[in-house]
Write a protein that binds this ligand. Sequence first.
Ligand code: SF4
Length: 158
Amino acid sequence: MSGFDFVATRLDTAIGWGRKFSLFHYPFVTACCGMEYMSTACAHFDIDRFGAGLTRFSPRQADLLLVVGTITHKLAPVLRTVYDQMLEPKWVIAFGACTVSGGIYRNYAVVQGIDKIIPVDVYIPGCPPRPETVLDGLLKLQDRIQRQKQDWRWARKP
Ligand code: SF4
């Protein structure tokens, strides 16, 4: 391992650690899964313990988009705009069956999975998902963020 690789690996680890415990999430809440989202934030489950409790209602100040509930085709362009307005690096969690796959709504009005509109990092199943399942999804995302490689220009091979 070269000196550059060693420094880059150490920096990747430090940045990953900082990022995974300082997630600012934007809640895009449209339906009944919102109740479960609220209970995840309440004292009993306390999402703050995982460094992801800071809610931001501006996409420019958020790096985690939580899509919670049913997304209709009418709403889809709004979701896409919110995603586009977030700065890199950014991550997306699909929260609940409706968001993941359209859920019980097999009809022309509902998007059959938000990955048809935006990229998704973690899918959380359930109608609605239990708060423990939500926290499990969050931990999986944090693990992914920790292992994410940065694109260090100075460390690129010629
Ligand atoms: S997954 Fe179930 S609880 Fe969540 S928004 Fe859809 S119908 Fe409501």
